[in-house]
Design a protein around this ligand. Structure first.
Ligand code: GLY
Length: 312
């Protein structure tokens, strides 16, 4: 039954070899923990930390700057007994997913944001880091130039919509795992969209929107945060799994997202170990491991799908 699935985000990007390597490393890091009898929670944290440290993903080191040129990250984690923790608008913590876990394990709260959340992370001994990678700084400058020229900004129509030729929605990261004892954990981490307003929290900070888990299974979502929050899609997906099982449940929620024109993707594991995933965007990427078998999937913006199987 034990398994893990990780994702590198849904959007309009073109995942290449680096992206594939990051997903494989993440899935393998999580699987190594599960294989040696560790918990689903330790497994998803380890997997997400790999992706947060990998500059190609839009989370941790690799996050896109907001309108003020600063990084603000969101992350959340949830277990099948409804324990959960989240952080929002963190500026300094190197690994936001660790801060979210500490909110769950060490506080009486579910969500900490802003300076208070960064202060909490420091007090808990978490490493701080300048999270702006060179590639993201370049992306920010380009996006800002387009904005100043009066062009559109994706996801931010009121800010003058940004252009589709920027890979600006490439990838929140997330993971869901089930361990040998049948416990499910789900987690998600993001830097949010480039040029988001300072102080904006997205779906990843909100339990039920970007991350959800209960006795029926767990989900990590990715895509356009605002509609994902309005439609509470991670919780909707877990409820659908409870009603009709992982595959059909996920298809129901994806169809709902398509009808409502929501740019969205998700990975899920049901309490019986069944894995499901899907997306409504041009591209998405994921990797999963079960019984030592690693499977990777990369879909590019032009509709090319690359699926590979191998050993974990
Ligand atoms: N789904 C990531 C975000 O909108 O912040």
């Amino acid at each position: 039954m034990a398994a893990i699935i990780v994702h590198g985000g849904a959007g309009a990007y073109d995942p290449g070899e680096e992206h594939e390597r990051g997903l494989k490393d993440a899935a393998n890091a999580g699987w190594a923990i599960i294989e040696s009898g560790g918990s689903a929670l330790d497994a998803i944290e380890a997997a997400i930390v790999v992706m947060e440290d990998f500059p190609i993903f839009q989370s941790g080191y690799g996050s896109s700057p907001n309108l003020a040129g600063e990084i603000e990250t969101d992350a959340s984690v949830m277990l099948d007994d409804l324990s959960c923790g989240a952080v929002g608008a963190l500026k300094a913590a190197a690994n936001p997913i660790k801060a979210a876990r500490l909110v769950m394990e060490r506080t009486d709260h579910v969500l900490l944001v802003g300076e208070g959340a960064d202060d909490f992370a420091r007090r808990m001994g978490l490493e701080s880091r300048d999270l702006a990678s060179e590639a993201r700084k370049e992306l920010y400058e380009k996006a800002l130039a387009k904005l100043r020229a009066g062009e559109d900004v994706k996801f931010l129509p009121r800010l003058k919509d940004l252009a589709a030729d920027f890979d600006i929605d490439t990838g929140t990261v997330g993971a869901v795992a089930i361990d040998d004892e049948g416990h499910v954990a789900a987690g998600t981490s993001t830097g949010g969209p480039v040029l988001q307003l300072p102080g904006r929290l997205g779906d990843v900070a909100v339990i039920g929107a970007g991350t959800y888990a209960n006795a029926n299974g767990g989900v990590s979502a990715t895509g356009h945060g605002e509609p994902i929050m309005k439609h509470v899609l991670a919780k909707a997906a877990v409820d659908a799994i409870a009603n009709v099982g992982a595959r059909e449940g996920i298809e129901t929620v994806l169809e709902y997202a398509r009808i409502n024109e929501i740019r969205f993707g998700l990975v899920a594991i049901e309490e019986n170990g069944a894995i499901a995933r899907g997306f409504t965007t041009e591209a998405m990427s994921w990797a999963s491991v079960r019984d030592g078998e690693l499977e990777t999937f990369l879909s590019t913006g032009d509709g090319v799908r690359r699926k590979k199987k191998g050993k974990a």
